[in-house]
Design a protein around this ligand. Structure first.
Ligand SMILES: CC(C)(COP(=O)(O)OP(=O)(O)OC[C@H]1O[C@@H](n2cnc3c(N)ncnc32)[C@H](O)[C@@H]1OP(=O)(O)O)[C@@H](O)C(=O)NCCC(=O)NCCS
Length: 202
């Protein structure tokens, strides 16, 4: 016996994910913004919040389809690096970047903890606002937080003079597609994103 163990890794293969590019005309933006529920706090971007955005992003995406499309979303350090990369770009739009914290009372001390549970970031390119990584962590979904983040990003883009915005969403992510359509986004075309996925047929 040599003591050597052979660990069989799942075969990697290239998968092409079908995604919609969806667009929204910011001139159609309604001025009434939805209210955040009482136990949540909506926070405008500040440079000292990168870790909080990264935590919200990781908890929102790690078990989701998009973590196959963008493997960095399944890793804490990957999410932090992504936040650093996005916010250091020349086309970063802080006005379209928002965080939601959940306010929770510690049952023993009674003190209030603030946990980051939702995030969205914005970039601008060629006159378009580009939405990056809208995510709400699983326990906090279905309460309107995703819609609020999207509405805040839209008004942030409009506040810096942009007239249209777009995003990409994996076609299988039907819940998110429905949310975007309800908000007024229209599918404009199909794009493919290649990613290495374990166990995929190459
Ligand atoms: C998509 C997402 C941001 C929606 O956040 P949310 O706070 O639940 O959004 P809202 O409460 O404003 O709207 C809920 C809508 O989202 C849909 N939705 C999508 N995924 C959902 C989920 N896992 N749980 C609850 N609602 C979900 C619901 O169907 C609902 O639409 P409906 O009212 O037509 O049924 C959230 O589900 C999420 O973070 N998903 C994983 C990450 C992701 O895929 N992000 C989008 C990348 S393009």
């Amino acid at each position: 016996m040599t003591g050597k163990r052979v660990v069989k890794l799942p075969a990697m293969g290239m998968t092409y994910f079908k995604r919609y590019r969806m667009e929204f005309d910011l001139r159609n933006l309604r001025s009434d913004e939805p209210m955040v529920p009482a136990e949540y706090e909506l926070v405008a971007f500040a440079a000292d919040q990168l870790r909080e955005h990264a935590i919200a992003k990781y908890n929102s995406f790690r078990y989701e389809l998009d973590a196959d499309v963008f493997p960095c979303l399944a890793r804490r350090d990957g999410c932090l690096k992504l936040m650093r990369d996005i916010t250091s770009r020349h086309d970063f739009v802080p006005q379209a970047t928002w965080l939601i914290r959940h306010l929770e009372q510690d049952p023993t001390t009674g003190s209030i903890c603030k946990l980051p549970v939702g995030t969205i970031q914005g970039l601008s390119s060629d006159g378009w606002g580009a939405v990056q990584n809208l995510g709400v962590s699983p326990l906090h979904r279905g309460k309107g937080l995703g819609s609020i983040l999207l509405a805040k990003a839209a008004s942030g883009f409009a506040s810096v003079g942009l007239e249209k915005m777009h995003l990409e969403v994996t076609t299988e992510n039907t819940g998110a597609v429905r949310l975007y359509e309800r908000m007024g986004f229209r599918k404009s075309r199909i794009v493919y994103k290649a990613a290495e996925v374990a166990g995929a047929r190459s």
